[in-house]
Design a protein around this ligand. Structure first.
Ligand code: ADP
Length: 556
């Protein structure tokens, strides 16, 4: 192809510069654009904000005829279409917010070649009016946004997405199809390919690494994380931050407590405005919108929120995101933490966790599953996939490797971080670990699981090993067990830590019932071998590196 140079198709680069004023494509964009220009299907896995719109908008300007963009976000269509028209790319939309007359008008304009892009909601494709249009108008490309909505195993399944594949199959000429998602799960990606009927798609994963974000994980051995957060907020008085909590109640309590403690930490000279507002789905819309406005307009520096906060909120100068609890998946964490540093300036994402978060998350997961209106078989699939997601999250908390690398690898992207170029941009790359021999502890835990015949949960195992006199152990007559009190001098947190590590390494397993019990894993037998040796990595000390100068700023 004589129009290709090392940047791909030169027409694409010209269009990028002419319409959008950008000098070059971001990594991954050019590949997608070129595949589409060559009529090939693509699956683009990229997070919001990575620049996927350009991946289909540029080809749409070059390909003959019209391109369809299927998007579930009806409220954003008007803005997207306006933005395209502003830069000189003719675009239209049809959706249910228009009157039938307006819809007809838009479709006849499109049929007359008055637009290069036509945005539609998936429900529209099934209407007779739209199918008439599609059978008479040459369509060169169909771009499907939020493509994971086709999968029942994704976060937001929409039945209207199931018709897209058939719609495409019925078109007189098969267009190139581009599907975009930010999901990492294999299962969802496979569903996208099969349900949309992508033909040998070129798969591109890109845009997940955020080099300006400093990732930190802190394991706190206390359930009360408020003092740490108050200290952090007080040490960063002029910065905007989001603190994510798991429950509505927690957001209210933490916001109140920050408003109380932070001014005290700051001392009498400091200005005493409000420090934090709560934000969650249970508040009235007026109160919630007020909280959001106060935060976005810098009238209050901190918002303490549930995951209800963030969708469609555009605040580029968020300097830190703190997670008060472990989220349910890396996807959720990435999305929430990723609201920091949209302006490209150094920002910090701190995940606070402790071992009991794992227990809480497992319990929530089982409750979820009980409420779901699915067949037992479907429930099982959902539960297994959610456990899998949670394992990924726990793995992130426990890993001693580079956090940028962990994250990008999780999403399937190879990136600079993979090549070891994190450059002190995460806690693990600035942290020294020491290896601790925990062989005896692991043996004791394994023996204890045997003593109770794999019939109790983590809490009771820990109690027996530490010699607790708790009444709820009585039925087991723990005083008759060799392991009773065997780890009496070890802290509860340490025993839990080793036990959880043994689960992660396959020596133990947690049964998947309503009351999770500790059982033996596939490698259990190794613990009784005389050669058994077990080590754990622990944080030794924190060494200064970029952005980790004590509790100080981020000006590294
Ligand atoms: P997405 O659709 O993936 O959420 P957008 O397409 O809205 O992301 O892009 C996010 C931002 O990045 C936009 O401001 C966009 O103009 C910008 N952008 C996209 N591609 C490039 C590029 N090659 N060079 C510079 N900026 C870009």
């Amino acid at each position: 192809n004589d129009r290709m140079d090392e940047h791909g198709d030169s027409r694409a680069l010209e269009a990028l510069q002419r319409y959008f004023g950008y000098e070059s494509f971001r990594p991954g964009q050019a590949g997608i654009v070129n595949a589409l220009l060559n009529g090939r299907d693509v699956l683009g896995v990229m997070p919001t904000g990575a620049g996927k719109s350009i991946c289909y908008q540029i080809p749409a300007t070059i390909l003959p005829g019209i391109s369809l963009v299927v998007s579930p976000l009806i409220s954003l269509m008007q803005d997207q279409v306006d933005a395209l028209n502003d830069v000189g790319i003719p675009a239209l939309f049809v959706n249910g917010m228009q009157t039938p007359d307006q819809q007809d008008f838009a479709l006849s304009m499109a049929a007359n070649g008055q637009a290069k892009l036509l945005y539609v909601a998936p429900e529209r494709l099934e209407t007779q009016r739209f199918q008439n249009f599609a059978s008479h108008t040459p369509i060169s490309m169909v771009a499907v946004d939020e493509a994971h909505c086709v999968s029942q195993w994704g976060q937001d399944f929409r039945s209207s997405y199931l018709g897209i594949g058939e719609f495409i199959a019925k078109l007189p000429t098969r267009p190139a199809v581009a599907a975009f998602t930010a999901t990492a799960t294999e299962r969802v990606r496979r569903d996208i390919i099969s349900i949309l009927g992508l033909a040998n798609p070129s798969i591109t994963v890109t845009g997940f690494d955020r080099p300006n974000l400093y990732f930190d994980i802190l394991k706190l051995d206390t359930k009360n994380k408020t003092p740490w957060i108050a200290r952090y907020v007080a040490d960063h008085p002029n910065e905007s931050g989001i603190v994510y909590c798991a429950t509505r109640k927690e957001t209210e309590a933490l916001a109140a407590s920050l408003n109380h403690t932070v001014p005290v930490l700051l001392g009498p000279q400091a200005e005493t405005g409000r420090v934090a507002v709560a934000y969650h789905g249970g508040m009235s819309p007026e109160v919630r919108e007020q909280a959001q406005r106060d935060f976005v307009n810098d009238r209050v520096p901190v918002v303490v929120a549930t995951n209800a906060f963030g969708m469609g909120i555009d605040k580029s100068n968020v300097r830190y995101v703190i997670h008060h609890n472990m989220p349910e998946s890396i996807e959720a964490y990435y999305q929430e933490a990723g609201r920091a540093g949209r302006d490209g300036e150094p920002s910090r994402c701190t995940l606070l966790w402790n071992e009991s978060d794992i227990v809480t998350r497992r319990r929530l997961l089982d409750n979820d599953y009980e409420n779901a209106r699915l067949t037992p078989e479907e429930q099982e699939v959902v539960r297994v996939s959610k456990r899998h997601l949670l394992d990924g999250m726990v793995g992130y908390c426990r890993t001693t490797e580079c956090l940028h690398t962990y994250m990008t690898r999780y999403f399937g992207e190879r990136s600079a971080a993979d090549a070891g170029v994190c450059d002190g941009g995460c806690a693990n790359c600035g942290r020294a670990f020491e290896t601790v021999d925990v062989t005896d502890m692991a043996r004791a835990i394994s023996m204890c699981v045997h003593d109770v015949q794999q019939k109790v949960g983590v809490g009771k195992i820990v109690k027996i090993l530490r010699g607790s006199k708790s009444q709820d152990l009585a039925v087991w007559h723990p005083e008759t067990m060799a392991t009773y009190g065997m780890l009496g001098s070890v802290s509860e947190a340490q025993v839990r830590d080793v036990l959880n590590q043994m689960v992660a390494d396959g020596f133990l397993c947690i049964s998947e019932g309503r009351l999770p019990l500790v059982g033996f894993g596939v490698r259990a037998a190794e613990t009784v071998s005389p050669q058994f040796h077990y080590e754990m990595k622990r944080v030794k000390r924190r060494v200064p590196s970029r952005a980790v100068s004590g509790q100080g700023g981020l000006d590294g």
